[in-house]
Design a protein around this ligand. Structure first.
Ligand code: NAD
Length: 416
């Protein structure tokens, strides 16, 4: 099993060897090798059957040179501290690439939320906030949703935070969490922001990467990020030929009807059996999906899915990393050698945190922006980040990932 934090540190090692970064180091790299705080808590929850179960929760506050720590909370049975540390490190880089005044953080609870009732889930979420309330807040650390955490969970968390801190300034209490439901201070457009931001980044770099105007797209993962990305790429006239979830993948060479796939998922909870009702669609495995011939492959599920064992099988012309850390450093080298450009996670999925930052700003100013305003502002941020990442990569004759890291490290160093 690959350790995502070791992989993240290998990326930092690689960028530290690039001339531009060597010249500005001054302790920067050493400081980024460890988080400022790495907090573990125990969360006791009274279960529906009357027993008490204790869950392990985390918050990693990686770096706050650019602003308050910012990052999602993940509920997953395999979540452990090294995942959270890696994700918090990438958040630090990501906020700097998007040029938003936020630092990097991440949280999690080791739990399979599917095994909890709604009231147990609520108690667990409130317990996470109780355990960490001293270190959270709009000017300290602002959590958001990630895998298996929802707007409703954010609403419970805000409510708990308000009760504990007794802060009468409701704008500040709301601004302590992002990804909230709209009627509780959430931003328009937050739900689909990561997928949309990824599309804007792809659109800004498409010609440079010599991709056709209408691409054949393959997407791994059909959750918040992958599902929204599939819808947006299809709406923009691209052909999504395969998508997958944890049960497997569906493939149609002439293009999937994404609205139908969405409806099927809503009705049945997954993609399984879609091909039974849609005979031109075939079931394939997730491994086969990654190896499909296409213009753009979009990993949007989990870390470490493209490794040195399958990277040589990739036949996509380019990769857009919407998941965090889906490609290991060894696989990255193989793809670079094979001339398959990778638009890195720290740029490609930064739309989510950018709209989270917009939400924080709206809460503190007591404003509510239209969806159109949110999307326009998002597009400008994504285009600027894409252009500058490309410039840095070209200047140092390196990959887009290293270009994004150079951009981020220069910005962080500038504020140290
Ligand atoms: P999600 O839980 O909504 O969706 C995850 C999807 O991946 C689900 O469809 C699930 O079935 C699928 N999946 C799980 N295991 C799989 C496997 N082995 N093969 C194929 N599919 C599999 O989560 P999400 O919020 O969409 O997050 C997905 C990725 O994007 C994560 O890496 C997350 O950190 C990253 N991300 C999310 C956001 C956000 O705003 N939600 C922002 C930035 C990055």
């Amino acid at each position: 099993m690959q350790n995502p934090f070791e992989n993240a540190m290998k990326q930092l090692d690689s960028v530290s060897k690039i001339a531009k970064i060597k010249s500005l180091n001054g302790g920067l790299i050493a400081q980024l090798r460890a988080p400022n705080h790495d907090i573990k808590i125990s969360i006791p929850v009274k279960m529906d059957d009357g027993s008490t179960k204790v869950f392990e929760g985390y918050r990693v506050q990686y770096n706050n040179v650019l602003g308050p720590y910012k990052g999602g909370i993940r509920y997953h049975p395999k979540t452990e501290i090294n995942d959270v540390k890696a994700l918090a490190f990438w958040m630090t880089i990501k906020c700097a690439v998007a040029n938003i005044p936020m630092g990097g953080g991440k949280g999690g609870i080791t739990v399979d939320p599917k095994n909890l009732s709604k009231s147990e889930l609520e108690k667990l979420s409130r317990g996470w906030v109780r355990g960490l309330s001293d270190v959270l807040g709009p000017y300290k650390d602002v959590p958001a949703p990630d895998v298996n955490t929802t707007a409703e969970i954010m609403a419970w968390m805000v409510d708990e935070f308000g009760k504990i801190t007794k802060n009468k300034n409701t704008n500040e209490v709301k601004a302590a969490f992002t990804g909230k439901p709209i009627d509780k201070g959430g931003s328009e457009g937050r739900d689909g922001a990561t997928g949309l931001g990824g599309f804007y980044v792809f659109d800004a770099l498409r010609e440079e990467l010599k991709l056709p105007k209408k691409c054949k797209v393959v997407i791994q993962g059909f959750g918040n990020v992958g599902g929204n990305a599939a819808r947006i790429f299809a709406e923009q006239g691209h052909t999504v030929i395969a998508v997958s979830d944890s049960h497997g993948a569906i493939f149609n060479e002439s293009g999937l009807d994404i609205k139908k796939v969405e409806a099927h998922k809503k009705k049945t909870g997954g993609l399984k059996d879609f091909s039974k009702e849609n005979l031109q669609t075939k079931n394939i495995t997730n491994e086969e999906l990654l190896a499909l011939s296409c213009d753009l492959l979009v990993p949007a599920a989990f870390e470490n899915v493209i490794t040195d064992t399958n990277a040589h099988k990739i036949r996509a012309k380019a990769i857009l990393e919407l998941a965090n850390g889906p490609i290991t450093p060894k696989a990255d080298e193989i793809l670079f050698k094979n001339n398959i450009p990778v638009i890195p996670d720290v740029l490609a999925n930064s739309g989510g945190v950018t709209v989270s930052y917009f939400e924080w700003e709206q809460n503190l100013k007591n404003e509510h922006w239209t969806e159109q305003k949110v999307f326009e502002k998002l597009r400008l941020v994504m285009e600027d980040a894409s252009r500058k990442t490309l410039e840095k990569a070209e200047e140092s004759k390196t990959s887009l990932r290293m270009g994004a890291f150079i951009l981020a490290l220069e910005r962080i160093r500038g504020k140290m």
